[in-house]
Ligand binder design. Structure first.
Ligand SMILES: Nc1nc2c(c(=O)[nH]1)N[C@H]1C(S)=C(S)[C@@H](COP(=O)(O)O)O[C@H]1N2
Ligand SMILES: [Mo]
Length: 196
């Protein structure tokens, strides 16, 4: 399996401005109780402005070509965690399969508990953006996003959506959950794109 070290870990200014290192990620959720999912019914769906809509069971996801990724993790609330190990499928592999239409410029990520976040399509073509199902060598624990988590190391952690069930390709940039509440539409930590 290919092992990728995110290029952000190799930057001289590895710790983005206004951040401090802590030892482990703090769990953040928009709801108090995360429901249990019926994994027999779980489907990962890719839809919207693409040529080939895709629908996969969890078992099918586990059979796709995967990589190991080591990447730092930066939360907009000013903590960062070094070198989390993830395993999963590169989103560029998924994009290759679904073939986004020319008009598709942004993706809305949909999560099982109702969370959403919007991401420019370029970030899904980066080699270190993955749909992860393992964290630190184990199946991702529920609090960190089981069954499937998007990991986008080049953006603040609110874009690394947990409990993902869908990716919707769009022409216009539509704000997701936190973006509707004042978070930045892009969220580059080195540019401190925290809020509006
Ligand atoms: N589905 C979902 N994904 C989410 C969130 C959420 O509330 N729901 N919170 C985001 C925020 S603000 C952060 S900082 C990280 C925290 O990751 P962790 O809970 O695994 O530590 O998850 C992000 N992904
Ligand atoms: Mo966050």
């Amino acid at each position: 399996m290919e092992k990728v070290i995110s290029s952000i870990n190799l930057r001289e200014d590895r710790l983005p401005p206004g951040q401090r290192w802590i030892s482990a990620p703090i769990v953040y959720d928009i709801v108090d109780d995360i429901p249990d999912w019926d994994m027999d019914k779980y489907r990962f769906k890719v839809f919207g402005l693409i040529e080939n809509p895709l629908e996969l069971t969890y078992e099918e996801i586990l059979r796709l070509p995967s990589i190991e990724l080591i990447a730092d993790f930066h939360c907009v609330t000013r903590w960062s965690v070094k070198e989390i190990l993830w395993e999963g499928i590169q989103t560029r592999y998924i994009l290759d399969k679904v073939k986004p239409k020319e008009e598709a410029r942004f993706v809305m990520v949909h999560c099982l508990e109702g969370y959403t976040t919007n991401i420019p399509i370029e970030y899904l073509l980066e080699e270190d953006t993955i749909l992860a199902y393992k964290m630190n060598n184990y199946t991702i624990p529920k609090r960190h996003g089981y069954p499937l988590r998007l990991v986008v190391p080049k953006l603040y952690a609110w874009k690394s959506a947990k409990y993902v069930w869908g990716m919707e390709f769009m022409e216009k940039d539509v704000p997701g959950f936190w973006e509707q509440r004042g978070y930045n539409m892009r969220g580059d930590p080195w540019k401190e794109e925290r809020y509006w």
